[in-house]
Design a protein around this ligand. Structure first.
Ligand SMILES: NC(=O)c1ccc[n+]([C@@H]2O[C@H](COP(=O)([O-])OP(=O)(O)OC[C@H]3O[C@@H](n4cnc5c(N)ncnc54)[C@H](OP(=O)(O)O)[C@@H]3O)[C@@H](O)[C@H]2O)c1
Length: 431
């Protein structure tokens, strides 16, 4: 045990920042015992000095401008402002350039500028830690860096966005529409006023990029991912999925396909027996497959003040104990280029929802015609979920297909669209 306290400064005292300050205070003695030294919060910064944060800020040095903290006599700076660019980026970069250790929970920053920032951290011999950036309170990055590092990872499959998980779980349980449940999530504070980052899949993509970088040793590159969100999921897709003994989840996946790492974010039908199918709305989960360990499931609170503070403070304690690791586990210069993910090369099965004219004869006309087109594409109809009236506007024809390549599947859809009685088609991928 050293007498010298480990001094830190926190930029950002919102949900996570306030949680970190409170955890450091509440578990002060416990943290001291486990670090072998005191962890001392010296300085803080936020936009408004007068806001009630649930704890007193008088005993800390206050900074209106967090960039002024990088020259302070502190060992570590915690960035909890958020955003890929702007002050969060400027602060982390300047702190690392000033040889300060850095802990952040900012996935957008690491997914966008991680390579550059990790390079500065490495050349200045300091830690850049970001465990809370992926799956909040779930210690997935520590698990990958330390617990799984002997393995060659072959795949990640993960539920990484609480808002999407809440919306899809609630839609399935209540039969309500996406718009209706999104509004409830916004009213309850689970979803942002502008929900695009969450529901269009970008938040999941940021976290997946970080997982893929640590797991596969490839550079984080958001442009090389395929990203699709959940806005087009309808309540009857979820009820039809239930008939198929499946749930619909927004999944992030990274795996080897034809010798390269592909990275997908899309809503998918998962069998109810799948480890991710029943993950509740407030949890995140990452299923990792390693060549020696097999499947490992990391599951827990993916967001929220206390769980996220838990991850941030664990990172702080790791550094305070004098431990050191490379931000992405291998030197940045050894990361290989990520290659573009071609969704047309995806192989898998599909769920189809076709709306057919009200006066069409599905059984004797449309369905046999579709089956002929399917067999011309070497695809079979696996399970017929629904064939019948869907109000005055038409009839529903819902079924699943055998596995095929997405390009072949899209060619098939073009042919089905040519059938005169077909009004519209939508599909969801199956895993
Ligand atoms: N919330 C979660 O559950 C969660 C989970 C995992 C990761 N994260 C990540 O953690 C980070 C923080 O999230 P959060 O939910 O705590 O955000 P938040 O509640 O919006 O807090 C942001 C904080 O940053 C401060 N801030 C904004 N601009 C600033 C500036 N120019 N200078 C100084 N301070 C500034 C704000 O000050 P004022 O308070 O004065 O406005 C506020 O205290 C983000 O990167 C987020 O992605 C959050």
């Amino acid at each position: 045990m050293t007498d010298k306290p480990f001094k830190i400064a926190i930029a950002g005292l919102g949900t996570v920042g306030a949680g970190v300050a409170q955890l450091l205070n509440m578990n002060h003695d416990h943290i001291k015992q486990r670090c072998g030294r005191q962890v001392l919060l010296n300085a803080v910064s936020a936009r408004s000095k007068n806001k009630d944060r649930g704890f007193g800020i008088e005993k800390f040095q206050w900074f209106d401008n967090p960039l002024q903290m990088v020259t302070l006599d502190v060992d570590l700076i915690v960035e909890l402002i958020g955003g890929a660019d702007g002050v969060a980026y400027d602060l982390v970069k300047a702190a690392l350039q000033n040889k300060k250790q850095v802990v952040t929970a900012n996935k957008a920053l690491i997914a966008t500028h991680g390579e550059e920032l990790a390079e500065i951290a490495e050349s200045n011999g300091v830690n850049l830690m970001f465990d809370a950036a992926v799956a909040g309170g779930v210690p997935i990055l520590h698990g990958l860096r330390d617990g799984v590092c002997a393995n060659k990872v072959s795949s990640f499959m993960a539920l990484l966005n609480g808002t999407c998980n809440f919306i899809l779980t609630t839609m399935a349980a209540t039969g309500r529409s996406f718009e209706d449940v999104l509004k409830e999530a916004q009213d309850k504070g689970y979803a942002e006023a502008d929900p695009s980052t969450d529901v269009d899949g970008f938040d999941t993509a940021h976290k997946l990029a970080i997982l893929a970088t640590i797991g596969f040793g490839i550079k984080p590159d958001l442009d090389h991912m395929y990203v699709e969100g959940i806005r087009d999921i309808k309540a009857d897709d979820l009820s039809n999925a239930a008939v198929l003994n499946r749930n619909i989840k927004l999944v992030g996946m990274a795996k080897y396909h034809k010798g390269k790492v592909v990275q997908y974010v899309y809503p998918a039908l998962l069998p109810v027996s799948h480890p991710l199918a029943d993950v509740p709305g407030n949890k995140s989960a990452v299923l990792v497959t390693g060549d020696y360990v097999g499947d490992l499931l990391f599951l827990g609170a993916g967001a929220g003040q206390n769980p996220t503070a838990s991850s941030v403070v664990s990172d702080i304690m790791y550094v305070a104990r004098g431990e050191k690791s490379l931000p992405f586990n291998i030197p940045v210069q050894n990361l290989s280029d990520s290659l573009p993910t071609e969704i047309l090369e995806r192989e898998g099965a599909y769920y189809l929802h076709i709306v057919v004219a009200a006066n069409a004869d599905i059984e004797k006309g449309v369905l046999p015609e579709i089956e002929t087109i399917l067999s011309e594409h070497d695809i079979s109809l696996e399970e017929l979920v629904r064939a019948g009236p869907a109000g005055a506007s038409g009839q529903d024809l819902c079924f699943t297909t055998s596995s095929t390549q997405e390009q072949v599947f899209l060619n098939l859809l073009e042919k089905i669209r040519e059938i005169a009685e077909v009004i519209s088609i939508r599909f969801i991928r199956m895993e």
